[in-house]
Design a protein around this ligand. Structure first.
Ligand SMILES: Cc1cc2nc3c(=O)[nH]c(=O)nc-3n(C[C@H](O)[C@H](O)[C@H](O)COP(=O)(O)OP(=O)(O)OC[C@H]3O[C@@H](n4cnc5c(N)ncnc54)[C@H](O)[C@@H]3O)c2cc1C
Length: 230
C-alpha cells in the first residue's frame, strides 16, 4: 500500500531530527534494585561536555515514539564520558517503560542537556529535599558541593528496602522518610539557620510546593525549586 504524503513527511522530519539533532550514547550497565522501584543505569555519552557542568543538569532522552523525558545524570566522569541515572519506575509511562527496557549494550538517544539552574551555594549549608525521583539530583548536587560537609539531604521514599539499598550502595545517603508528615516534622525540628542555609527542592510538584510553603513559614528565603512530575 502506498504511504500517505503526511506519513512520508513525518518520516522525513523524524529521520532529519534523528540524524541532525539526536546524539547517541550507550548503556554500560543496568542495575534493577531488588524489590525497589529504582533502576540505576550507567551510560557512556561520548558527545557530552561534562567538564562544563557547574549546575545540576538534566538530559532530555528520547524514550521512544517521539516522547522525551528528562533524567538527571550523577557520578559523572568527564575523562571517560560516563555518568549514571537513577529512574523511579514504579508507575507506567513512556519514561518508566524505557528505563525498564534498557539492557547493557543498548543505544540511548538524547536531544539536549538542560540546566536546572541549581548549583550549590558557595558558603551556605546546602539542604536538598525531594523524593525517589530526586535521588540522582541530590547525588549530583552533592558532587558539585565542595567541601561535601556543607551538604545534607532528606527524601520521601517508598520503603525501608529502598532505604537500606541506598545506604549499602552509596557511602553517603539522605535522611529517609516514609510519609510526608514525617518529612515535614523533621524539617520543623531541624531549625536550620535562615541566613546561612540554602534549600534545593525537587521531585513531585505538589510535594515541592508544600515543602516551599513550610520553609517560607519558617522564614527561609534561600530556596531553589524544580518540580519534576505530577
Ligand atoms: C529536570 C528534571 C529532572 C528529572 N530527573 C529525574 C530523575 O533523575 N529520575 C526520575 O525518575 N525522574 C526524573 N524526572 C522525571 C522524569 O522526567 C519523568 O517525568 C518521569 O520519569 C515520569 O515520566 P513517565 O513517562 O514515566 O510518566 P508520565 O507519562 O510522565 O506519567 C504517567 C503517570 O505517572 C505519574 N508519575 C510520573 N512519575 C511518577 C513517579 N515517579 N511515581 C509515581 N507516579 C508517577 C504521572 O503523574 C502520570 O499520572 C526529572 C524531571 C525533570 C523535569
Amino acid at each position: 500500500m502506498e504511504m500517505s504524503i503526511a506519513r512520508q513527511l513525518k518520516n522525513k522530519v523524524q529521520s532529519l531530527v534523528n540524524h541532525r539533532l539526536l546524539k547517541q550514547g550507550s548503556v554500560l550497565e543496568v542495575r534493577r534494585w531488588p524489590n525497589s522501584p529504582l533502576i540505576e543505569i550507567d551510560l557512556h555519552l561520548p558527545h557530552m561536555p561534562m567538564q562544563e557542568w557547574s549546575e545540576v543538569p538534566a538530559i532530555k532522552f528520547n524514550v521512544g515514539n517521539w516522547h522525551f523525558r528528562d533524567y538527571t545524570p550523577f557520578g559523572w566522569d568527564a575523562e571517560t564520558s560516563t555518568c549514571s541515572l537513577l529512574v523511579d519506575a514504579a508507575h507506567s509511562g513512556p519514561g518508566s517503560n524505557w528505563a525498564k527496557s534498557l539492557n547493557m549494550g543498548d543505544t540511548v538517544q538524547y536531544l539536549k542537556t538542560e540546566t536546572t539552574h541549581q548549583s550549590p551555594h558557595g558558603t551556605n549549608l546546602v539542604v536538598a529535599l525531594g523524593d525517589n525521583t530526586s535521588l540522582a539530583h541530590l547525588l549530583a548536587l552533592r558532587q558539585l558541593t565542595l567541601p561535601a560537609i556543607r551538604f545534607t539531604s532528606a527524601i520521601l521514599t517508598d520503603s525501608h528496602q529502598t532505604g537500606s539499598l541506598l545506604k549499602s550502595y552509596f557511602p553517603w545517603s539522605p535522611t529517609l522518610h516514609f510519609n510526608e508528615d514525617a518529612l515535614m516534622q523533621w524539617l520543623l525540628n531541624e531549625q536550620y539557620c535562615t541566613e546561612h542555609t540554602s534549600f534545593y527542592l525537587t521531585g513531585n510538584k505538589a510535594l515541592v510546593f508544600r515543602l516551599r510553603k513550610v520553609l517560607h513559614s519558617l522564614g527561609h528565603f534561600n530556596i531553589k525549586v524544580k518540580g519534576f512530575w505530577g
